[in-house]
Write a protein that binds this ligand. Sequence first.
Ligand code: SF4
Length: 348
Amino acid sequence: MGLLLKASVAIDGSKFKAVNNRDKNFTSAKIERRRKQLEESVSRYLSQLDTADLQDPSETLALKKVRIKEKLEKLKSEMAKLDAIEKQVLASPDQQISLTDPDSRSMATSGRGSGVVGYNVQVAVDTENHLIVTHEVTNVGSDRAQLANSAQAAKAALDVEKLEAVADRGYFNGVEILACEQVGITVTLPKPMTSSAKSEGRFGKQDFVYLADENVYRCPAGEKLKYRYTNEEHGQTLHRYWTDACRTCPLKAQCTTGRERRITRWEHEEVVEAVQERLDKNPEAMRTRRETVEHPFGTMKMRMGATHFLMKTLPKVATEMALHVLAYNLTRVLNIVGVKPIMAAVRA
Ligand code: SF4
């Protein structure tokens, strides 16, 4: 119907709540916290028992002691249950279990310190008409390894040679960006500021300029950091650069706590640099991204209500999500073109 003419998508993920409530999800940390609470309760009741023993025996006191003993028994059985759950947690591959919906996972959300037990729904949304091109339900909380997968699925669904994709910083991952680039997908996304030097008030890597012709980095003091050696780390080939001028540099305190400042360059760093350049040229890209993905996520969550999914386990939840995506896309097209054209297109 000519609604997906621009080969441009925004990629994002959002956490959708499972049927599983937070108290029925266990991780080692949660078990530790619960065990501590139980132990504190036990010692409180034991000390109440001691105090009761010191007082004059009376009928009310005897009753009180019976009640305390009952509570202690209950705590003991809770403790035993917790031990059994801990065994299951330790035996599970990602060290957590959910009792109501075994496939749901405890995941952090964008709100500070908040989280849900649920699923991560990844979507690629067309930036022009906000139609969902592809989606996927996963139970992996992080978005970092999802970029290439989502972008490639969108490219295949749109059946295009080239695709533009925007995403947020949570997707920034050199290997994923490279995988997109290699199949004709141009991605734009900001790089997360994770430099420890920068956060400690020293120069960050972004303060060093790479001069491709000479294969050197120019530092804030104007010195050139020469290429020194190459090694491999976590399967990535990394080149190292530094200069001997650091020892006498007046800016050294702002630069490094070591003997000299070393800069690392990934063998495909130019791909990452191109992403930054695109973002610098098009600062609106991030606003487009936000507006594009907020529309479908907001609409679908509103329709789903307070607890999002009704089904349990990943395959069923995925089907439920597919129906929601279909309903969203249909109503979206209805709103754009009206009833008659869509019915004519369905019949055709
Ligand atoms: S310490 Fe070394 S790398 Fe840093 S500004 Fe000085 S010369 Fe340049």
